[in-house]
Design a protein. Structure first.
Length: 252
């Protein structure tokens, strides 16, 4: 199982990882935490000895984008694709030829980090045309503590909007219920219960549960019947980062 410094990235995930398709696409509502998951997901896959590429397609959130962890990702061997440096401080939906090429073919795993809500997912529309649906998993990241993903009907509506805007079919749900530093085991259980209700209606299975490492002190990952991805926070707000850059901001 993938781990760093003796601390596992995953619990109970052997079957999930064995069945993983080449392309993993992360979408979700604004503030769902999907970029944090995409970065940690990429790092976990590098521990398997497989080439990993992550493409940052987040045009919505200026603070929590996978591009903010570029130096740390590259130091761990992850190839990072994003708009040109001259466009990195903009939110224009630019899709370069390199990203298109990686979507069509390439070695190892490709991870796509979309922006939040249908607005962020729209950049996927041109990429999804002609895509081989047998080569990708599309994960909808669910945070039950966000205003517009607190009920089954709200989540169904957002799921439908993202699918119609992006041209993707969401294949799985990912539970990432949290309040950052105030996350508790009860909040995680709340998210699992809500996701199970959504899954029962949509027939979209739960792929895994994301849990920040510090919460493992009160939540046993072996107490649930789902794979667990253990998160180490990589994406910090500017006022949280202070002057920490690169590896000093990358805590594992």
């Amino acid at each position: 199982m993938a781990e760093v410094a003796g601390r596992p990235f995953w619990f109970n995930a052997e079957n999930f990882i064995a069945g993983l398709r080449r392309v993993s696409i992360f979408a979700g509502g604004y503030g769902s935490g999907k970029s944090e998951i995409a970065v940690n997901f990429a790092l976990s896959l590098t521990e398997l000895g497989t080439p990993v590429t992550i493409a940052d397609l987040d045009i919505v959130n200026p603070y929590f984008r996978s591009r903010e962890a570029r130096q740390a990702l590259e130091q761990r061997g992850v190839r990072v694709l994003m708009p040109p440096v001259t466009m990195m401080e903009t939110d224009l939906p630019m899709i370069g030829a390199e990203i298109r090429g990686a979507m069509v073919s390439g070695a190892g795993f490709l991870i796509l980090d979309l922006g939040g809500d249908p607005v962020g997912a729209r950049v996927m529309a041109s990429l999804s045309q002609g895509a081989n649906h047998d080569e990708y998993n599309s994960f909808f990241v669910l945070n039950s503590r966000r205003p517009f993903t607190r009920t089954v009907s709200q989540i169904q509506s957002l799921l439908g909007d993202i699918e119609s805007t992006s041209g993707l079919t969401v294949t799985h749900l990912v539970v990432n219920s949290h309040l950052i530093e105030e996350t508790t085991a009860a909040i995680i259980q709340e998210g699992i219960k809500l996701a199970e209700a959504v899954s029962a209606i949509t027939a979209k299975p739960i792929a895994f549960i994301a849990i920040e490492r510090r919460v493992l002190d009160e939540f046993d990952p072996n107490s649930i019947d789902y794979p667990v991805l253990v998160l180490e926070r990589q994406l910090l707000k500017p006022w949280e980062r202070n002057d920490r850059l690169g590896p000093r901001c990358f805590k594992i």
